[in-house]
Design a protein. Structure first.
Length: 218
């Protein structure tokens, strides 16, 4: 019976090492995958700001140059995400690109989503509405927005302009698939919405535009 017991111990030892190395591999993969995604996000945001600067300051491109760009557009594969705007919230160290409302990537399970009912920041008396997940996953971009308080600043970079919003109020609503937004309809506003993990509640944060300026770099 003793040799059989030793065999069992040997098998358990091997299984223990396999579990240990499997856990290390999964942890390492998750870490480097998140690092890679963060680096790509930084590159895409940098590209957005660079394009904004170039299109504001560079001279007009001629028709010949446009044709040349179009002719060479298929020479290489471009995996860069084309952002139309960037949101920055200094208090919670959030800076994230936003894709066009009609894009397949404008999805809460991929990015911060621009609701189709939204008005863009340059629309008079409009309401720019953004939703994202809270929680602990990589796509939980609004995990910390509950920390925002009245007076905190939020920046939206869009169409060569920087829009500066100030949090005016926040409140909770039940998660029903619809959100009643309480705002001053005579002002341009920004509304952020996310779920509160482990509850049937959503948090709504409403900010008013306090100034708008031409974008000159970041």
């Amino acid at each position: 019976m003793l040799p059989r017991k030793r065999n069992y111990n040997y098998i358990f030892l091997i299984l223990g090492f396999l579990c240990l190395f499997g856990g290390i591999f999964l942890f390492t993969y998750k870490y480097y995958n998140r690092y890679y995604l963060n680096q790509k996000e930084k590159e895409n945001i940098d590209n957005f700001f660079q394009q904004q600067i170039e299109q504001v300051t560079e001279p007009e491109i001629t028709t010949e140059e446009i044709n040349s760009i179009n002719d060479n557009s298929n020479d290489s594969v471009n995996n860069t995400v084309n952002y139309i705007a960037v949101i920055e919230i200094p208090k919670i160290s959030l800076k994230k690109g936003l894709v066009d409302k009609e894009s397949n990537d404008n999805n809460i399970n991929k990015n911060i989503q621009i609701l189709k009912e939204s008005d863009f920041p340059d629309q008079e008396k409009g309401n720019f509405i953004l939703v994202a997940h809270a929680g602990n996953s990589y796509i939980s971009f609004f995990r910390n927005i509950s920390k925002l308080e009245e007076g905190d600043l939020i920046y939206i970079y869009y169409n060569y302009h920087k829009y500066v919003y100030q949090v005016s109020h926040k409140y909770n609503i039940k998660k029903t698939g619809q959100a009643l937004i309480s705002r001053d309809k005579n002002k341009k506003t920004l509304t952020l919405i996310t779920c509160q993990s482990g509850t049937d509640q959503q948090i709504v944060i409403v900010s008013d535009l306090i100034r708008e300026e031409m974008f000159h770099g970041i």
